[in-house]
Design a protein around this ligand. Sequence first.
Ligand code: 5GP
Length: 123
Amino acid sequence: MAYAYDDQNIFAKILRGEIPNKTVLETEHTLAFDDIRPQAPVHVLVIPKGPYVTYDHFAAEASEAEIVDFHRAVAKICADAGMTSDSGPGARFISNSGAHGVQEVPHFHLHILGGRVLGRMLA
Ligand code: 5GP
């Protein structure tokens, strides 16, 4: 079955408070916390609280309230970190999705990376 959600994944445990995290922002539908293995000076993971496996799953199945809340959280994190792309230096947004995306944790998450100039990913 597509998008079968495993509630034993590590981010589900973080959401249930079973594993600690360094919270950056929490809203009604969204949690953001520091990545445990940061790849840049700023490396925040943003996750919806609902049981969505991948970005396309979230985009297809989440309510409009969840989708808006998630993206407004992303904007606030960037603003709070001083890395918006209009008045600040910008950032990178990545969501690894499924097998070809080499997704490690099967709960949809957006990586926000910034705080330095990042190497080009695409030629
Ligand atoms: P993915 O490859 O699924 O996009 O990335 C999963 C990310 O989750 C990785 O960057 C990894 O460092 C991070 N991660 C894995 N386990 C934990 C954890 O227990 N706590 C936190 N904060 N991050 C984790």
